[in-house]
Write a protein that binds this ligand. Sequence first.
Ligand code: SF4
Length: 366
Amino acid sequence: MDIVFQKIDIDAQAKLIETVYNKISNGERITREEGISLFDVEDLTTLGLLADLVRWKMHPKNEVSYIIDRNINYTNVCTADCKFCAFYRRPGDSEGYTLDKKTIGEKIQETLDLGGTRILLQGGHNPELKIEWYEDMFGWIKSNYNIILHALSPSEIITISKVSKITIPEVITRLKNAGLDSIPGGGAEVLSDRVRTIIAPGKTSSSEWLDVMEEAHRQGLKSTATMMFGHVETVAERIDHMILCRELQDRTGGFYNFIPWTFHRGNTELDFVLLPEREKTSAFEYLKTVAISRIMVDNIDTIQSSWVTQGLKVAQISLRFGANDFGSLMIEENVVSATGLQYNMTLKKMKKAIKTAGFDPIQRNW
Ligand code: SF4
């Protein structure tokens, strides 16, 4: 549910900044109302300084992490019909595909050869693939390659549960036993059922997404949490998303990375049908949202910048707005690039970007 709020004047903005500064200094939590009002603060630099303060309290070393991994989109067959997605094909479409072991194996080997440590295996809601397909694939991957398997967002796990007619806890247990190491937080979009009904009606509800994550954390799997913003959501809904993740983190401690990134217009139903008048999310709004994420989500260790959607320069600046992780080299990326957006990244470029922003690049493998 949205709330109506008044734009606050310059004196109220100054007072809010002082309150938030004092709370951060004293280790106190920022409330929902304060978080919403932070979006009214016009002084972006001061917001960045507040987020930077939180970042340095949590990460006193002058380091920014990154990972070398590869997105492998094992199938593009999907029944969810998300309006922002240019990647999927309906079952029966001649352009639909499901990768076989040989192709996946070659991609993993290439990743290892490039110094990669992890694969991110994600795909559509494919009604043909039951739990046995995943168990077989995961077991084969783990017995043939020394690679971390970061795979299957909550909506894919729910699809497997439905297609295989077994419970979600059983799906998670069986996938974990087959070699699943951690879960990507994709598909969260904005955790508001109003928003999800508009942009991704075939996907999970907010509570289903959170329930899958809670169960995965309970079974010892770590995960990331994403927030794709800049479409039909309000700033109050962004704050609610942050608070839902914060509350789950209080209960489980299972999130290790919070990843705010922007919806990118291009080739999708959402930008042509729903948002003809809406401009692309600006770098200003992106940086403001990253900063407020760091201020609000005080219990998830890492905030990840998004060079994939923002480009290198804005991603560098975000390192002074609360982000302390540069994300992945992403040897292969299909979903965002299907919208027409593509930035070329190399390891040399990524490390240089982190260094010239004033930090030591540290490769992580989680
Ligand atoms: S975003 Fe994922 S779930 Fe949605 S249509 Fe695309 S492939 Fe399917």
